[in-house]
Design a protein around this ligand. Structure first.
Ligand code: NAD
Length: 510
């Protein structure tokens, strides 16, 4: 499987164009709009991606609707076999996918492989669909009457994913949606779209019937049509908070089931009794991994005054050892996704100085091991950030780590609980009592105790609170199967002549 099966070259411009993937093959659709896909480490456009019209979305939904009736009736054993095959193929060919992620997103190869591993974990979990779609049975609830529940697929479901995990986030959702017997229309980020086609093609090789998983590329026009299309039963969205809210409000207004995961500002509270070396390693790994473009990145360290100077020193020492550059060259951190995003992130460094914070490490002008035109910004550390500053308040989504100094546990907790976001948070301490209070008192969906990026394993569910998740279903795990199935309760009685007769009262038990 190579790019050439999903890409075509246009005669006029010789620009590579990534097509949609519909009904088991590359598909151009009717829209002539395209968008640029950069190689962020080179700062150059490497291909264009098609941007679907509303009519293109309609065509793909019609294909998915047709394919669903067959997939819905495919046995659990056969669906399971497709997922097992997919898992095996993905594992064998993960290096190909990692190379695509690095070329379009910019994250370093080792991090790209980590993303794939965490996505593959959800495929493995979804292979247990036999257990996860089981209903319940109550015998003889009334004389001769049994009640049982069935979990049935919804139909065609839409998945809209962000740029920062072009493989893992689609895997979170489509693995479970397909396992549960749904057909899928995936609308990946237009910034790094190729991974979605690659995985769709691999699913075909694994035995998924054509049309059951379709990839439609696009922007707001495609998303808006998905949100209103009457045959799309559910929407799973991951992206920034304003768009998550927009998606949630519009799709629910149209009667759809929606899970919309939004942005984040994740705090790490370091208490005086913590192992400061462990805490400093964790802050650097979680602050600058994937250039800070992770929804579970640590962007604020809440350092208790008595250890703050020492912790800042340890963090900045470690930052000096990081190698920034092209993700294919064994570096620690790659570029940002676009030049525009890099400039916006860098602009916060001036804001920090204006707001009275102290810039300890300035990532501008970093010497990167890569093309000078790459979208580089080095790791940046800003101390004494006031919580009134936009550096503290905004989701910067880049390699900028803020230190906010606090008097103690209570002050740190107050700041965490006052944040509009509630995705992840962590406490670093050797005091079990403090850790236990923290897990109970923090108003955040995912808590780490001496673990900076507490992304739950696939058999738990992933999701934040407050402005980090709209809707009540988290991603994957038990929530995932609940989200992608509808429960039906059956009350059954097999004929028994003793139960005949007319009775217009509300059914009661005997
Ligand atoms: P984004 O909100 O810009 O885009 C997400 C998706 O929405 C993309 O597919 C995009 O095409 C679409 N979109 C963008 N603008 C739209 C509009 N006006 N109308 C309709 N659709 C639109 O997010 P992004 O920049 O791709 O990703 C980064 C964001 O995602 C960050 O805020 C990050 O925290 C968040 N994120 C959250 C999680 C989580 O689990 N909570 C995980 C990963 C990323």
């Amino acid at each position: 499987m190579t790019d050439t099966t999903t890409l075509e070259r246009t005669a006029e411009s010789a620009t590579t164009i990534l097509d949609h993937w519909v009904d088991g093959s590359a598909w151009t659709g009717e829209s002539e709009r395209t968008g640029p896909v950069f190689n962020p480490a080179q700062g150059r456009v490497q291909k264009e991606v098609r941007l679907a019209s509303a009519a293109d979305v309609d065509s793909a939904v019609a294909v998915a609707t047709g394919a669903w009736t067959q997939w819905r009736d495919t046995s659990i054993a056969k669906r399971q076999a497709v997922l097992f095959n997919f898992r095996e193929l993905l594992n064998q060919r993960k290096d190909e996918l990692a190379a695509i992620l690095t070329a379009e997103h910019g994250k370093v190869l080792s991090d790209a492989l980590g993303e794939i591993a965490r996505g593959m974990e959800v495929v493995e979990f979804a292979c247990g669909l036999g257990h996860l779609t089981k209903g319940a049975y109550s015998e003889n609830v009334s004389t001769g009457i049994d009640v049982y529940t069935l979990r049935q697929p919804l139909g065609v479901v839409g998945i809209i994913s962000p740029f920062n995990f072009p493989a893992m986030v689609p895997l979170w959702f489509f693995s479970v949606a397909l396992a549960a017997g749904n057909a899928v229309l995936l609308k990946p980020s237009e910034k790094d779209p190729t991974a979605a086609n690659w995985m769709a093609e691999l699913l075909k090789e694994a035995g998924l019937p054509d049309g059951v998983l379709n990839v439609v590329h696009g922007d707001k026009e495609a998303v808006d049509r998905l949100l209103e299309h009457p045959d799309v039963r559910a929407i799973s969205f991951v992206g920034s908070t304003p768009i998550a809210k927009y998606v949630y409000e519009n799709a629910t207004r149209n009667g759809k089931r929606v899970q919309a995961l939004g942005g984040a500002k994740n705090h790490m509270l370091v208490l005086p009794d913590a192992d400061l070396d462990l805490a400093a390693d964790a802050a650097v790994n979680a602050g600058f991994g994937s250039a800070g473009e992770r929804c579970m990145a640590i962007s604020v360290v809440l350092a208790v005054d008595t250890i703050a100077d020492e912790l800042v020193e340890k963090i900045s020492q470690r930052m000096g050892t990081l190698r920034i550059g092209d993700g294919t060259r064994g570096c620690d951190m790659g570029p940002l996704i676009t030049g525009q995003h890099r400039d916006k992130v860098a602009s916060y460094i001036d804001v920090a100085a204006q707001d009275g914070a102290s810039v300890v490490v300035d990532g501008r002008g970093v010497e990167a091991d890569g093309d000078p035109d790459g979208f580089w910004l080095g790791p940046t550390l800003i101390d004494k950030v006031p919580t009134s500053s936009s550096v503290y308040q905004d989701e910067i989504f880049g390699p900028v780590l803020s230190i906010v100094r606090v008097e103690g546990y209570e002050g740190g907790l107050d700041i965490i609980n006052s944040s509009p976001y509630g995705n992840g948070t962590a406490i670093f301490t050797n005091d079990g009592g403090a850790a236990r209070r923290f897990q109970r008192e923090a108003t955040v969906g995912m808590i780490g105790i001496n673990v900076p990026i507490p992304v739950p394993v696939a058999y738990h569910s992933f999701g934040g609170w407050k402005a980090s998740l709209f809707g009540d279903a988290k991603a994957y795990g038990p929530h995932g199967f609940e989200f992608f199935t509808a429960e039906k309760a059956v009350t059954s009685r097999w004929l028994d002549p003793s139960h005949g007769g007319l009775n217009l009262g509300f059914p009661q038990h005997d």
